[in-house]
Design a protein around this ligand. Structure first.
Ligand code: PGA
Length: 253
């Protein structure tokens, strides 16, 4: 079955002040009615979540958080619970981005706990996985991602689960794998999800992320088993993000 609606999500990372929220409306204005054919999400920093959700009320896009505590509300200074993010208006929550795995030492087990916390609050977790350049050059990309998936996706993963395959060496570098490499990885991930979740895997989306730009989005979206993209730098500017969305075959009708 291949009835998955494409998802194109913008990961603003630690960029964005209130003035930048206008880029969201400008993106959607540029995309026009084609936005109904894909799911569009903006993941701004947590400081802008509620304002972003407010601005998108009644529009064809949703907001997502970039991280979440694995714990419920409690004495955890500086952290944000999934319930708080849901109340702020989030529908998605990125977990296990490689920048958090590297900068904050997040393990697969931590990522899985975060995905569970997000799902319990009704947020669709976007679980990020991806190999380093050294791992790819050693021929271990598929095995590394397979192990990350096994450890980072909880048993109770919701049907709304999203996986984002983001090769670490492709993030923010302008480098991307070949379409054949993306096809091989996405095919592998889809097979693993199917083996683990059976029919439920049919609705789980697998995104590609890492240097997606207007110039390469079309060929990446054409790769079998690519259900959309997680876009970093190019999601910050309406001209680029709208061009990426419009290059999806579904958005072109
Ligand atoms: P990039 O980032 O598009 O800027 O490479 C992608 C990501 O980190 O999600």
């Amino acid at each position: 079955m291949d009835s998955r609606k494409p998802l194109i999500a913008g990961n603003w990372k630690m960029f964005g002040r209130s003035g930048d929220l206008a880029e969201m409306a400008a993106t959607l204005d540029a995309v026009g009615p084609a936005a109904a054919a894909v799911d569009v999400a903006f993941c701004p920093p947590a400081t802008l979540l509620a304002a972003a959700a407010e601005r998108l009320r009644g529009r064809l896009a949703r907001v997502g958080a970039q991280d979440v505590s694995p714990l419920p509300d409690g004495a955890h200074t500086g952290d944000l619970s999934a319930g708080m993010l849901a109340e702020a208006g989030a529908s998605f929550c990125i977990v296990g981005h490689s920048e958090r795995r590297k900068d904050h030492g997040e393990s697969d087990a931590t990522v899985a706990a975060k995905a569970t916390a997000a799902a319990r609050a009704g947020l669709a977790p976007i679980v990020c996985v991806g190999e380093t350049l050294a791992e790819r050059e050693a021929g271990r990309a598929l095995a590394v991602v397979e192990a990350q998936l096994a450890g980072s996706i909880p048993e109770d993963a919701p049907d709304a689960l999203v996986v984002a395959y983001e090769p670490v060496w492709a993030i923010g570098t302008g480098l991307t794998p070949t379409t054949a490499e993306i096809a091989a990885m996405h095919g592998h991930i889809r097979a693993l999800l199917g083996a683990r979740f059976g029919r439920r895997a049919g609705g789980m989306r697998v995104l590609y992320g890492g240097s997606v730009k207007p110039g390469n989005a079309g060929e990446i979206f054409a790769v079998p088993s690519v259900d959309g993209a997680l876009v970093g730098g190019a999601s910050l500017k309406a001209a680029d993000f709208s061009a990426i969305i419009l290059s999806h075959p579904a958005a072109r009708g």
